[in-house]
Design a protein around this ligand. Structure first.
Ligand code: HEM
Length: 309
């Protein structure tokens, strides 16, 4: 097993176990890269002297990223945050299903990055929207690829967010004390769907135009707020030029901003509260009777399982 700990800046390394050396310079004796550059005439892990300036320069170059992280950390104090994030304990039995949240996060990041490049070529006006998209797809270098990533990535994110929600539901992760994180998750789910809905109009072709009219009308059938919501989305009683600008602003600024803020809160709670153990994992029971067991159970020789006869 490779020792990755030597890659961490010194404040983040675990203290050495009693009787073990804290020297990370060569844990397996195979002459690996040292955590501290060896001084002239000093012995390395193989017992050979490294007074070769070339070798020392290589050692120092290998250390440069760690030194840089240490330098920044000394001034920003990010170690405690990173330690909480990266070295946090996770329960036994954690499995691949627990990566679905991070997969959703990755899908969101892909959408954000590809979206920035699309925005460089897109014009949100009813006259130019369609032609700007056609130009991007047909003429711009890798334009079709980036557009395809954004389009398919949207579906991937929607699927992942649902599967992640199913994981947290079936593992009981919505229960105390994680109810608030579930509620934040529900809002994230709604916002993800709104991203899909508002993005669909932007190519401004026949399909996106008519599908959005249907979608806005469906929103209008909702009780009490429905008509107000569809008026808000259309930017008035009729579908017009401002509708496209409104969808663009919601898709580009409003919802991504809200999603970033909520993902921040979501991950803060994940780190603060810890991850739920899988439902099939049980806490280890003590083999002998404990103080908390009913007295009669022990007196009747029921033996350690806490059940009275
Ligand atoms: C943009 C959408 C979302 C992102 C990026 C996201 C991200 C994450 C990440 C990275 C984790 C920790 C790793 C894991 O348990 O998978 C997590 C945990 C969690 N998420 Fe999400 N999530 C999103 C949407 C949702 C939704 C829709 C729900 C439910 C309605 C939800 C509920 C939860 C809960 C309850 C936990 C805690 C899990 C536990 O303690 O085991 N999340 N989320």
């Amino acid at each position: 097993m490779p020792n990755f700990e030597k890659l961490l800046p010194p404040p983040m390394r675990r203290p050495p176990k009693p009787g073990h050396s804290a020297d990370f310079s060569d844990p397996d004796g195979a002459g690996g890269n040292g955590a501290t550059a060896l001084k002239e005439g000093e012995q390395n892990g193989n017992g050979t002297k490294t007074d070769d300036p070339g070798k020392r320069a290589i050692e120092a170059a290998k250390e440069a990223p760690v030194d840089l992280v240490g330098w920044v950390d000394e001034r920003m104090g990010g170690t405690s945050f990173l330690t909480a994030m990266l070295l946090r304990k996770v329960p036994k039995g954690t499995n691949w299903f627990y990566t679905l949240g991070s997969a959703t996060l990755f899908a969101f990041l892909v959408q954000a990055i590809t979206g920035v490049f699309l925005a460089m070529y897109y014009t949100p006006s009813p006259v130019e929207a369609y032609s700007s998209i056609t130009h991007l797809t047909n003429d711009v270098f890798l334009g079709e690829f980036v557009r395809g990533m954004h389009k398919w990535g949207a579906s991937v994110m929607v699927i992942l967010v649902f599967v992640h929600m199913a994981r947290t539901f079936f593992f009981g992760a919505y229960k105390y004390p994680r109810e608030l994180n579930w509620v934040i998750g529900v809002v994230l789910l709604i916002l993800t769907m709104v991203m899909g809905f508002t993005g669909y109009l932007l190519p401004f072709d026949q399909r996106s135009y008519w599908a959005t009219i249907v979608g806005v009308n469906i929103n209008g059938t909702g009780p009490i707020v429905g008509p107000y919501l569809s008026d808000f989305l259309r930017a008035g009683p009729e579908f017009g030029a401002t509708t496209l600008s409104r969808f663009y602003a919601i898709h580009m600024l409003l919802i991504p901003g809200a999603i970033i803020a909520l993902i921040g809160a979501h991950l803060y709670l994940v780190v603060k509260l810890g991850t739920t153990a899988p439902p099939w994992m049980r806490a280890d029971r003590k083999p002998k009777a404990s103080r908390s067991e009913p007295v009669d159970a022990i007196a009747n020789g029921a033996g350690g399982n806490g059940s009275a006869p």
